[in-house]
Design a binder for this molecule. Structure first.
Ligand SMILES: C[S@@+](CC[C@H](N)C(=O)[O-])C[C@H]1O[C@@H](n2cnc3c(N)ncnc32)[C@H](O)[C@@H]1O
Length: 276
């Protein structure tokens, strides 16, 4: 029965997915349990009519273009589980580079004070806090819809969530003596927004669209948040494709030293950082 369901789901999901077999497995495990493969081997994997109905409903949502991650309600980032759904950006593997670079920048600082701006699900903040339990990590997010997920994930991983606008001087003024500011801000340009896929279009526009050239957050944050950093404190951003040089120039013009660019696992420039 499970085999037949798996084949049928894969066939249906093939209409929207390049990896239908993987997606079928994820939906099967969502409804029938994570230990499904083991129970199949033991011959104890039962499927009720209700399970089949549920699976068909989830498959219909997926076929209508809803991202798999929203349907499942949870996604993995840096090996940690995050609650996700409508209204929050799905954590991307590319963003793990921001975590890796950030952890390197604060390696020699004891009890570092960290603020993650534009926090979304809180994946960056939580990954830093998990790797550095001695750190004091605050996550700032403006969208009330995303904040629901940020609060839930922050409680799980020991991060302090704040609902506020990172482009407001008042918000920056709430912070002082930070050792590190991280941000994966909205950075798609007006042109990029015309080319996003059906799945990405399901994610909040506020999480994606930067401004006409996608660079506003890199223009504003280094200047606005400079006084919130301790002397020698770091700022590290994720950047979009082709934005690294421009973002590095903006950080440099805001008076930061030791400005650097790091590639992600695919070799694309993905993170830009500087030191006050
Ligand atoms: C690209 S998403 C990144 C989310 C998360 N850091 C991640 O890497 O998955 C950008 C986030 O910035 C938030 N955002 C947009 N404008 C903001 C602002 N002015 N102040 C605070 N957060 C903002 C969006 O709601 C969204 O959650």
């Amino acid at each position: 029965m499970v085999k037949r369901l798996r084949a049928e789901l894969s066939r249906r999901l093939g209409a929207v997915s390049e990896d239908a077999a993987f997606e079928a497995e994820v939906l099967l495990e969502t409804v029938l349990g994570r230990d499904l493969r083991l129970r199949e081997i033991l011959g104890t994997a039962d499927v009720s009519d209700g399970d089949v109905e549920k699976l068909n409903r989830l498959a219909d949502r997926r076929i209508s273009g809803e991202p798999l991650q929203y349907i499942v309600g949870e996604w993995e980032f840096c090996g940690l589980g995050f609650s996700v759904g409508e209204g929050v950006l799905i954590p991307r593997q590319d963003t793990e580079t921001l975590v890796e670079v950030s952890l390197g920048l604060i390696r020699d600082i004891e009890k570092p004070r960290v603020a993650d701006l534009c926090a979304g699900s809180g994946c960056v903040a939580a990954a830093i806090k998990t790797a550095r339990p001695d750190a004091e990590v605050t996550a700032v997010e403006l969208s009330p819809e995303a904040f629901v997920y940020l609060e839930k994930n922050s409680a799980k991983y020991g991060v302090a969530p704040i609902l506020d606008d990172v482009l407001s001087p008042k918000t920056a003024g709430r912070f002082s003596s930070l050792d590190l500011i991280t941000a994966n801000p909205p950075y798609l340009s007006a042109h990029d927004m015309t080319e996003i896929s059906r799945e990405v279009a399901h994610e909040p526009r506020m999480a994606l669209f930067g401004d006409d050239d996608g660079l506003d957050f890199y223009r504003i944050i280094p200047v606005l948040w400079r006084d919130s950093l301790s002397d020698g404190g770091y700022i590290a951003f994720e950047v979009g494709l082709g934005q690294a040089e421009d973002a590095a120039g903006l950080i440099q013009s805001a008076g930061y030293k030791d400005v650097g660019i790091r590639p992600d696992l695919t070799g694309r420039d993905r993170v830009v950082f500087g030191r006050k």
